[in-house]
Design a protein around this ligand. Structure first.
Ligand code: PXL
Length: 428
């Protein structure tokens, strides 16, 4: 997945295109950048702004749009009317979701959209927007209105399909975004962190761009963006002499799991090993106590025709079933922290034995009746019954009445599971 950010260069990398690359990367998508203007700034002030020439802007856009598949476009700082006109003419016929983040003033008070360009901005940039994400101040400048609902409706009437006013209201430690979709309006609230920062607006709109490219609903996109911004402010750094710079480092555990999931999904014909109950791939903290200590995919890896799609996000508590399995194994073998479930196939079991894997199994039909009634009890019972003195590579069962047979692969970490997967010659 590839996303293009069109905006200003910020050498402090707190905002602008540099910050967007970090957001895209944190969401595991590739980012392109087209520079509209070069700002000189730090955490205290902006000292210079030089827009690029229209020729450069045109050729930058052509370079990207003629070569790559672009799954969404974010438009940030545009500065003047010449830049606005080029963007409008190049993007009018582009058929990918466009997120517009109106950039009018910097946190430190500098003008980032010239006053005499505001008319052209409304005429030529706002109508490109599938989603526009002004903050309260920007919404007021664009609409002339203070009331969130009226202001959003005005901006929608200028041509944006959906309007999200970020930080529309805030009280009691909460900050709420006002969302006006094509046919409904609602508010989404989250926790507020009162830290003056540089970058949160860019983080928000870039995260929305990723979600839109992934086909998520606007409501889910807003929830994901709010959480991302919360984290980026929480981990913001005072690395300069002025305001904090937002920062979010995806944990190495999430990166490791996410890389392995992507690798797994790319295996040829891998859809054939996805069971009816779908697949999860998990990675636990050390000594996990509950599934809330285990990273998993909240909506699992699901089969859609011959494709395997990631439904949901990688989150702690994302898997009940496979999460419970890894917790049970880790009680006896603490080094084992990752697991993946796939469809039972005797050929896979015989490949595993040929590779000298430690393969264990249990018979679900032998589980005591009393236990069966409890949610997820079977897996704990089955696993604790079959473990022996060696850490397992594979544990399988052949099902029970109404229960699907299943293979679980175990390893110390997701990349080790992928090494095992390559030996098992899945989907051949
Ligand atoms: O945060 C908005 C923003 C976006 N883009 C650039 C900026 C700023 C704020 O300073 O400099 C280039």
């Amino acid at each position: 997945m590839n996303i293009l950010s069109i905006g200003g260069s910020d050498p402090s990398a707190g905002a602008g295109i540099q910050s967007d690359i970090k957001t895209f990367s944190n969401h595991n998508v590739y980012g392109f950048t087209v520079v509209t203007a070069i700002t000189s700034q730090n955490t205290k002030n902006v000292t210079s702004i030089e827009p690029v020439s229209t020729k450069s802007l045109k050729t930058q856009l052509d370079s990207i749009l003629s070569d790559f598949q672009v799954d969404a476009i974010k438009i940030g700082m545009v500065y003047n009317s010449q830049i606005i006109k080029v963007i409008n003419s190049k993007l009018q016929r582009v058929k990918v979701p466009i997120i517009v983040d109106p950039i009018i003033k910097s946190t430190t008070g500098a003008i980032l959209l010239k006053k005499n360009a505001q008319r052209d901005y409304k005429k030529m940039i706002i109508p490109l927007a599938d989603i526009i994400t002004p903050n309260r101040y920007e919404a007021k400048v664009l609409s002339g209105l203070s009331n969130a609902s009226k202001s959003a409706k005005k901006i929608q009437s200028i041509g944006a399909k959906c309007v999200i006013i970020t930080g529309a209201t805030s009280s009691n430690g909460k900050i709420s975004d006002f969302v006006l979709e094509e046919k409904k309006e609602y508010v989404i609230s989250g926790k507020k962190i009162p830290i003056k920062n540089h970058g949160s607006g860019c983080n928000y709109s870039a995260s929305i761009a990723v979600s839109l490219a992934k086909g998520k609903t606007i409501q889910n996109a807003v929830k994901i963006a709010k959480n991302y911004v919360y984290q980026s402010i929480k981990h913001s750094k005072k690395i300069g002499k002025g305001v904090n710079i937002t920062h979010k480092n995806i944990s190495s555990e999430v990166k490791e799991l996410s890389d392995s999931i992507n690798y797994f999904k790319q295996i040829k014909n891998i859809y054939k090993v996805i069971p009816e109950c779908q697949t999860n791939f998990v990675f636990a903290k050390k000594n996990p106590k509950s599934v809330m200590d285990v990273l998993g995919i909240s909506g699992r890896l699901v089969k859609s025709g011959k494709e395997v799609l990631t439904a949901g996000e990688i989150v702690y508590g994302g898997s009940q079933h496979v999460g419970t399995a890894v917790i049970q194994v880790s009680k006896k073998f603490p080094e084992i922290r990752s697991s993946l479930n796939i469809k039972y196939d005797p050929k896979i079991i015989s490949n595993a034995k040929k590779s000298n894997f430690t393969v264990l199994n249990y018979d679900r039909s032998k589980e005591p009746k009393k236990l069966k009634q409890k949610e997820n009890s079977s897996i704990s019972w089955g696993i604790s019954n079959c473990l022996n003195s060696k850490p397992p590579d594979i544990i399988y069962h052949k099902g029970d009445i109404g229960k699907e047979p299943m293979i679980l692969i175990f390893g110390n970490k997701p990349s080790e599971i992928m090494q095992k997967v390559s030996k098992l010659r899945l989907a051949h």
